[in-house]
Design a protein around this ligand. Structure first.
Ligand code: TXA
Ligand code: MG
Length: 348
């Protein structure tokens, strides 16, 4: 399949959005930027269009898609809007929050992967909102990566993964948030966060103290039935094995010792660290995720950094850890998954 790739500028923008909208209307598949990560979109109400997303990504059939809307008028797609959901929509939409509702008959089983619920989100990105409006239909969209790979935060990431497999790539800027939306299930009491994301747990709890995070999410839980089906799969993984080093004040020493051990074996070592520490390492590829004082930057850089390590062809990757609060919960969730939960506390 030929993929049309359009890098958006002020001159071609209107025309490209029109063209991409027509493709969605005709049952095609379009990658587009959102403020979290790039999405791979199709008409959420058209089962054969939705099936194409699963094929292009190589995505397991039992993993439901998030439906993206351009306004808050979602009554036709859901059975009911619980009061908390209405409050969350008011406060956090448009933005990186996906809310799980009981779905209406309009949503085909292909989109919801046979669940009776549906995740809906109104993105903040201007191109995303204009594309949904132009299409005249809600857009089902997972992240626009091949299944298992880190989510794409730039147009080039999408081109690498999906060129030749989809109809159209609407190329915008680097995603601002850089990690996926927070998912909250408002069909259960108390309401439960199924995936930490761009909106912190603490921000949600400031609205409703009963909101909690599914404890299985923060630990390795292969045997437990994941409530967000996608969370059980291997995710965000770079090609080289990634190990997290959480050794407190000894972290730099442990990483440098491990680096030497690997290099003696002839392995190329990639190190993911922070602005505060990057001069202190001796790996073959040393890359800072940004300053610890700005976790927003770390989140934005994260997937690009994992993909960069692939591009640099390192054999092993060592990475610092982050305190698990606010956006740090999300960052650590993605890092642990990318590392297959391999965390070293000390050397020896
Ligand atoms: O930021 C985002 O959410 C991005 C952008 C493109 O909007 N999308 C995204 O989609 O991350 P995806 O498909 O890569 O991840 C969706 C996650 C999966 O883990 C899926 O299992 C879960 O959401 N999910 C979707 N619908 C659900 C439902 N009804 N109940 C529970 N989990 C659901
Ligand atoms: Mg994804």
């Amino acid at each position: 399949m030929d993929t049309k790739i359009v890098r958006i500028n002020e001159v071609n923008k209107d025309e490209a959005i029109k063209e991409a909208g027509h493709i969605i209307q005709r049952g095609g598949v379009v990658a587009f930027p959102t403020e979290t990560v790039y999405g791979l979109g199709a008409n959420a109400l058209d089962k054969s269009a939705v099936k194409k997303i699963f094929i292009a990504k190589g995505r397991p059939q039992d993993n439901p898609l998030i439906v993206h809307v351009a306004d808050k008028k979602i009554d036709a797609f859901v059975k009911e809007i619980p009061p908390l959901a209405a409050t969350l929509m008011e406060k956090f939409w448009p933005g990186p929050l996906t809310i799980i509702f009981k779905k209406s008959e309009l949503i085909p089983e292909e989109t919801s992967a046979n669940l009776d619920t549906i995740g809906i989100r109104m993105p903040k990105n201007e191109l995303a909102l204009r594309l949904i409006k132009e299409s005249g239909t809600p857009i089902a969209a997972p992240s626009a990566n091949r299944s298992g790979k880190p989510s794409p935060t730039t147009m080039d990431h999408v081109v690498n993964d999906l060129n030749g497999r989809i109809d159209y790539i609407l190329g915008g800027d680097m995603s601002e948030v850089g990690v996926e939306s927070t998912i909250i299930d408002c069909t259960v009491t108390p309401p439960c966060v199924l995936r930490p994301g761009g909106i912190s747990l603490e921000a949600l709890q400031r609205l409703d103290q009963t909101i909690y995070i599914d404890p299985h999410i923060l630990v390795k839980s292969e045997n437990i039935k994941a409530k967000a089906p996608g969370m059980k799969y291997r995710h965000y993984a770079p090609n080289a094995p990634l190990t997290l080093v959480d050794a407190g004040e000894d972290t730099i020493k442990v990483i440098n010792d491990l680096t030497k051990e690997y290099q003696v074996q002839g392995l190329r070592v990639g190190i993911l660290c922070t602005d505060e520490t990057h001069r202190l390492y001796s790996g073959d590829e040393i890359h800072s995720l940004g300053s610890r004082a700005h976790l927003e930057t770390v989140a934005q850089e994260l997937y690009d950094a994992l993909r960069l390590m692939d591009a640099k062809d390192v054999d092993v990757i060592l990475c610092e850890t982050f305190e698990e609060k606010e956006l740090g919960i999300t960052i650590m969730n993605r890092l642990k998954k990318a590392a297959g939960f391999k965390v070293i506390k000390s050397n020896g």
